[in-house]
Design a protein around this ligand. Structure first.
Ligand code: SAM
Length: 262
């Protein structure tokens, strides 16, 4: 039987009873049709990953009986994605894929040309939790309330580098910029900002360029849709600066095995 992986808020340690949410209990009981004692894998973003077993309580409730830790909590890059909200299906897609790509914060940013009025943060967070559960992440990105770009930049955290995806072509190619970073820049907290379907307004471009640690970059000769640009920039950043430079645990294990047999 496949092991269902769940994000929980509770502290995790051996012998703890981790309460499961109503949706989680319903999903396990009626979608996955799991019985008492079914194997679970839990993570909470702080304590690593733990083996647990399902304990059904009454008609609806369920808890997870936590057994032993199977993975230590691993450090992850401090990487924000600041993105102008786009239409529903695509913004859900950004939340899901950016979670898979390892962002620590999803920050919707309202810009002059943003056409989407409201952002359902709760739905984005649910997408992020599901993506983290399915991709063996040990954490879930924080999904913040939308903020106006001017306000965000007005309070930009000192020391956080900002990679500005600039479709006007003012920046050098992203790979050239990121491959040339010094160690201090690599170790710094980062953010990637992507504009809306209508692109950044001129005033926004000049505001962005005034941020102390901002770097404008190009994503090639074609104009990418906002969601494509966000995910492409995240992938290049992870590959050249982030944790894609480390082999993943499975690959590391295979690598060690293959190396030992050489
Ligand atoms: N004005 C165009 C439009 O209406 O489609 C461009 C907007 S583009 C879809 C949305 C955002 O993606 C841009 O603001 C920029 O942040 C990013 N982007 C798209 N293509 C890019 C490129 N070739 N280089 C850098 N950034 C790009």
């Amino acid at each position: 039987m496949s092991v269902t992986r769940l994000f929980v808020e509770t502290d995790l340690s051996s012998g703890v009873e981790a309460p499961l949410g109503e949706d989680q209990a319903h999903y396990l009981r009626h979608v996955m049709r799991r019985a008492d004692g079914a194997p679970l894998s839990l993570f909470n973003g702080r304590d690593g990953e733990w083996k647990a077993t399902l304990s059904l309580r009454g008609k609806k409730a369920a808890v997870a009986l936590v057994a032993e830790r199977t993975r230590e909590q691993a450090s992850e890059p401090d990487l924000w994605l600041c993105f102008a909200p786009v239409k529903r299906a695509r913004i859900d897609y950004i939340a899901e894929k950016a979670t898979e790509l390892g962002v620590s914060v999803l920050q919707p940013v309202v810009t002059q040309h943003t056409i989407v009025e409201r952002v359902n943060v709760e739905r984005l967070r649910a997408n992020a939790v599901e993506a983290a559960e399915q991709t063996e992440r040990l954490s879930v990105p924080e999904v913040r309330q939308p903020v106006d770009l001017t306000r965000l930049l007005g309070a930009w955290p000192t020391g956080r580098h900002l990679l500005m995806c600039d479709e006007t072509g003012s920046g050098p190619p992203i790979a050239e910029v990121l491959a040339g970073l010094d160690d201090a820049a690599r170790a710094a907290p980062w953010a990637i900002v992507v504009g809306p379907e209508g692109g950044f307004a001129e005033t926004e471009l000049s505001l962005l360029r005034r941020i102390k640690d901002v770097t404008a970059v190009g994503l090639g000769p074609r104009i990418l849709r906002a969601d494509t640009a966000a995910l492409a920039a995240l992938a290049v950043w992870q590959a050249l600066v982030g944790d894609w430079r480390r082999p993943t645990p499975r690959l590391a294990a295979d690598y060690r095995t293959s190396k030992d047999t050489v």
